[in-house]
Ligand binder design. Structure first.
Ligand code: ADP
Length: 483
């Protein structure tokens, strides 16, 4: 039926009817004559009908083509084939529609590009972003948001944002709209790490001013908070560590001023203690400067390719000599330095001054914390991609619970007897740790417990290529004293 209606409404049908009407009127106007020549008239009629049909059909096809074209544009497909024939009006219409189509396709592409850009910005953003509709139901969340909230997209969609953020006891959705607050929540991310999220809310409106929803931006504050806490702790530690020696120096100076200076013996002992304390403070400040330089990545390693074995031999010889010559009341007993490694060269690329500092520090600690003396063993193990250097002593050991903490700044194992004699700063192992780290290695301590000795082990990356270049043994390398 619709086909019929369509046909009765069509250009062709109407044209034919108009043609027929016109013919009938003309026919009737001189009926007698026409009737006499009926066959000729019917012939004329048919001839002009065919003509009209051909013309109308052509127009009909053009118009059908135009609507097809519009349909194609709607489906995002632009066919630029020109229609060959047609009246100028329809051709013009066709041209306009083509132009419109091109505009639409261009705008669509632009929009799509912008959308893609926006999508990738959102996807790669570190901050989480959530958008809701005007009732507060979530309509979009980016990857980071899903990670921070430990959920997936399907679970989140259409949930209410206030419930998802678990802030129902403080806010409802209208509070968020009205106050656009900034809040912090504690939660667990998808790696089950506890994090603190700082959340900012902002309304988004249509051009008409009508609120169409809210956007929440989630920022992970965990690292920032931690850094801030560490910084405060560090400042308080530094002040504390410097205050103690300063107070005692001040006390001695006051005592001297109050008359102790008259008594030569007391005076000299007070001055001695003050000097020791001052030296300790200077040591501490220069340690702090070293650490701060390493923190700011301002340390440039002066790396060279050396034979680690020759280097260690040299360092141990040097320490042996110091142990023999130096009369030091801190070192009560004799120490033996034992080398447990083969003389086969191992080539590593290191900053020799810095690694010498590491070895000095670890062996220095081994001596400081072994009141009864003993053997200090230095061993080297060549592994797949690195070299493991271990230094063991037979001293007082380190409780298991402290093994990780000793690398922290200012951390000293808390035991009155162990620290009373040796004035450390608690910074030495932090520096050692940082030096090994910037060399690309790791360091750890192990101990069987109190009184059972300690082993410090650190790794240095060892490059196979370099080893191949050098290992042919033609070029024997001696570690040279370049001080
Ligand atoms: P310090 O200046 O106190 O020596 P370090 O950072 O060098 O600071 O060492 C941190 C703490 O680790 C020391 O206070 C000490 O208690 C402990 N320690 C380090 N080396 C040893 C060791 N070889 N044996 C026992 N304890 C050690």
């Amino acid at each position: 039926a619709t086909h019929m209606i369509k046909f009765f409404n069509s250009m062709i049908f109407k044209g034919v009817v108009a043609h027929l009407l016109l013919f009938v009127i003309l026919f009737m106007s001189s009926f007698d004559y026409n009737f006499a020549h009926l066959s000729t008239f019917i012939g004329y009629y048919l001839f002009s009908l065919v003509f009209v049909l051909v013309f109308l059909n052509q127009q009909h096809r053009m118009i059908v083509n135009v609507s097809k074209q519009i349909n194609d544009i709607k489906n995002g497909y632009l066919n630029r084939d020109k229609i060959p024939k047609g009246t100028s009006e329809i051709n013009e219409l066709y041209d306009e529609i083509l132009k419109l189509g091109e505009d639409i396709v261009r705008t669509q592409n632009n929009l799509e590009n912008q959308r893609n850009q926006l999508d990738s910005i959102l996807a790669y953003m570190v901050d989480g972003v959530i958008a809701t509709d005007r009732r507060g139901n979530i309509i979009m969340a980016n990857k980071s948001a899903l990670h921070y909230l430990n959920t997936d997209n399907d679970l989140l969609m259409q949930k209410n944002i206030v419930e998802v953020l678990k802030i129902t006891d403080q806010y409802n959705f209208y509070d968020l709209l009205e106050k656009e607050p900034e809040i912090t929540i504690e939660t667990h991310d998808s790696g089950n790490e506890s994090i603190s999220l700082h959340i900012k809310f902002a309304l988004f409106r249509r051009e008409s001013g009508f609120i169409s929803g809210i956007i929440a931006v989630l920022h992970d504050m965990t690292e920032q908070d931690k850094a801030e806490r560490e910084r405060r702790l560090f400042v308080s530690n530094v002040s504390h560590e410097l205050r103690t020696p300063l107070t005692s120096v001040k006390a001695y100076l006051e005592a001297l001023e109050d008359g102790a200076i008259e008594d030569k013996e007391t005076a000299s002992s007070f001055i001695n203690v003050s000097l020791t304390e001052t030296n300790r403070m200077i040591r501490m400040i220069s340690d702090l400067l070293t650490l701060s330089r390493m923190d700011q990545d301002r340390i440039v390693l002066n790396k060279e390719m050396i034979n680690l074995i020759a280097f260690l031999d040299y360092q141990i010889n040097r320490l042996d000599q110091i142990l023999e010559t130096e009369s030091n009341d801190l070192i009560s007993s004799n120490f033996t330095l034992v080398r447990k490694y083969s003389e086969q060269p191992i080539w590593v690329e290191i900053d020799t001054d810095k690694i010498a500092q590491v070895i000095d520090n670890i062996i220095g600690n081994a001596i400081k914390y072994s009141p009864k003396g003993g053997t200090i063993t230095i061993s080297v193990e060549k592994r797949e991609s690195d070299v493991l250097i271990s230094i063991s002593d037979q001293g007082m050991g380190i409780p298991k619970s402290d093994l990780l903490k000793i690398f922290d700044r200012f951390y000293r194992v808390d035991n009155a007897s162990r620290n009373s004699k040796v004035g450390g700063t608690g910074l030495g192992l932090s520096i050692v740790h940082d030096i090994v780290k910037i060399h690309g290695g790791t360091i750890f301590a192990s101990s069987e417990g109190e009184g059972k000795g300690t082993t410090f082990s650190f790794t240095l990356p060892y490059s196979l290529e370099a080893a191949d270049d050098w290992d042919d043994g033609t070029d024997e390398f001696e570690f040279e004293d370049n001080e």
